[in-house]
Design a protein around this ligand. Structure first.
Ligand code: RB5
Length: 146
């Protein structure tokens, strides 16, 4: 089960991503927003991030205009590793090396075709573990020090 959310700047792309998830038979819950009216992205990031770290949702997807603000906000939540991905290499390696649990897109940056492909790579790539686990643990240690 995927948790997905956007602000108004990512709303159109989020709709395309949800249609893609429907097509490939992946279940999701939409945490808003639900129309093009302006909303503040930190609130949506908090909802989706909290849902993912609770363990109820396997991974998350967040979309704002650039993908930057919503990823910054999500990464403030303990246990979230949100990655803004505009290219194949990033989408693949943030799973392999960072065990990213949320992928972020910029709805005003990337087209739906590319974003859907990147989402597929993100969902279908497993974390490599090993030396990368040590580094992810170091990220967690920083969180715990704050
Ligand atoms: C909203 O206008 C825009 O600032 C937001 O979607 C995002 O791009 C922030 O990082």
């Amino acid at each position: 089960m995927i948790a997905i959310g956007s602000d108004h700047g990512g709303f159109a792309l989020k709709k395309e991503l949800m249609a893609h998830l429907d097509n490939i038979g992946v279940a999701y819950k939409d945490f808003g927003c639900y129309d093009e009216n302006s909303v503040d992205y930190p609130a949506v990031a908090k909802e989706v991030g909290t849902a993912v770290v609770s363990g109820e949702y396997e991974k998350g997807v967040l979309v704002c205009g650039t993908g930057i603000g919503i990823s910054m906000a999500a990464n403030k939540i303990k246990g979230v590793r949100a990655a803004l991905c505009n290219d194949y290499f990033s989408a693949k390696y943030t799973r392999l090396h960072n065990d990213a649990n949320i992928i972020c897109f910029g709805g005003r940056v990337i087209g739906p075709g590319s974003a859907c492909e990147l989402l597929d790579v993100f969902l279908n790539t497993e974390f490599e573990g090993g030396r990368h686990q040590r580094r992810v643990d170091q990220i967690t240690a920083i969180e715990n020090e704050q």
